[in-house]
Design a protein around this ligand. Structure first.
Ligand code: ATP
Ligand code: PRP
Length: 209
């Protein structure tokens, strides 16, 4: 049995058509069931939050998982294989601020609001910039408007949310897509099955695992 952890939300919306194209359909109520059998023998799905996928896969509770590159960058990813870029749920991770915002006063560090403290710290450290990270769980665009932060690090797709809140993108940190991750022990122990699924996913997205 192969257990595949899928990220709820946008990534699930893009993953289900990919699975359907491979002849795999959930055999149960995907809105309610958290562990879902499929129409294919030997494959079951876990439906979990994107940020939990690396943990389930690293501990071997799932053999494989699909989550965003943003989540993997924040997690660190050293305890997982990341064999395939699925090219779905694309967006970018960017720095943004209010149009014409003045720099922070000299006596304090730049305040950065983000859902991604680890990758944000690493990004500014690479630029030798001393920053204060403010961890938020959503609606990052609000932070500069109410003086909570000078800049944000957040995902941008159309740019409409930034624009609607009078913010401008100042730097793209990384392009983001959903990736397939694999448990390291499972890659050895269930090599044939996992390789088979990686080949099917690669064929479905037109890539090479
Ligand atoms: P959680 O409930 O765990 O906070 P979420 O609400 O962030 O999850 P979604 O917004 O459905 O969940 O999906 C987030 C993932 O989808 C991101 O990690 C990213 O990889 C991908 N993604 C693609 N486009 C966007 C976008 N415009 N905004 C946010 N995430 C996007
Ligand atoms: C996401 C992201 C941005 C917006 C980007 O928010 O955090 O706010 O979408 O998309 P756009 O560039 O197309 O406008 P989401 O809807 O997930 O809300 P949240 O940040 O409050 O979780």
């Amino acid at each position: 049995m192969i257990t595949l952890a899928l990220s709820k939300g946008r990534i699930l919306d893009d993953s289900l058509p990919l699975l359907a194209g491979m002849g795999v359909e959930p055999a149960g109520d995907i809105g309610r069931l958290l562990r879902v059998p499929t129409t294919v023998d030997g494959l079951q799905l876990l439906i979990i939050r994107p940020a939990d996928v690396p943990t389930y896969v690293a501990y071997g509770a799932a053999d494989m998982g699909i989550t965003g590159k943003d989540v993997l960058m924040e997690h660190g990813g050293q305890d997982l294989y990341e064999p395939l870029d699925l090219g779905i749920a694309g967006c970018r991770l960017s720095v943004a601020q209010q149009k014409d915002a003045p720099p922070p006063p000299a006596q304090r560090r730049l305040r950065v609001a983000t859902k991604y403290p680890a990758l944000t710290r690493a990004h500014f450290a690479r630029q030798d910039a001393q920053v204060e990270i403010i961890k938020l769980y959503g609606s990052m665009e609000l932070a500069p408007l109410v003086g909570l932060a000078d800049v944000i690090v957040d995902l941008v797709d159309t740019g409409n949310t930034l624009k609607a809140n009078g913010l401008v993108e100042t730097e793209v940190i990384a392009p983001i897509t959903a990736r397939m991750v694999v448990n390291k022990a499972a890659m050895k122990m269930k090599h044939v099955e996992i390789r088979g699924w990686l080949d099917r996913f690669a064929a479905a997205v037109g890539g090479t695992p």
